[in-house]
Design a protein around this ligand. Sequence first.
Ligand code: PGA
Length: 225
Amino acid sequence: MIFAANLKCNHTRASFELYLKALNETLGTHNNNIFVFPPSVAFSQKESFFTQGTQNFYPCINGAFTGELGKEHLDEFGIKCVLIGHSERRIYENEVLIKAKFDFAKKQGWQIFLCIGEDLRTKQEGKTKDFLKKQLENLDLAYEKLIIAYEPIYSIGTGVSAKNEDIGEILDFLHTLTKAPLLYGGSVNENNIKEILKINHCGGVLVGSAALKVENFITLIKGSK
Ligand code: PGA
């Protein structure tokens, strides 16, 4: 099972050091796949048992792209794992940029966590599958280092996860399009994790709020069995 923490715009260099220390000390021998996406200013160069990823990057090595983060910057921290298409970034990024990021990451051989998900209106109109198919259009779904996180927007940060039967239906659908591991994300917490991980084709979770405090993330991982 994959457990990924998206820390979003939370944690500083100092607080992430403590986060990392606690994770290493508590779960150092854990045999699950753990990924953590801190803000870029908090990237760590310390050895860890889990994989550190970036929440964002620009598809360049370096160059005249004010405010952006290129491959050169990720290399300094040994980062080869990227989050692409999170709904909180899709507000600023169109499909052209998302595809450019995907293709660039693939060219580098990076692990890609691709987030997709519909809003409540799309769901209510019964258009979820068409919408998700469109989000996946033109992306190489056979890329061997691809992980797809299904994150319905209405469940992100709301404290209410999607219904398990809805998640199951969508993961079944996604499985017909790709053999990439499929994650669920959206208000995953220590109370609902067990049932979510039992859903057919669910290969793990992408967690925001319930991973902000390291002790909560640890409890969630430990309590997932
Ligand atoms: P949440 O965030 O767990 O707070 O809903 C998930 C995410 O945005 O990936």
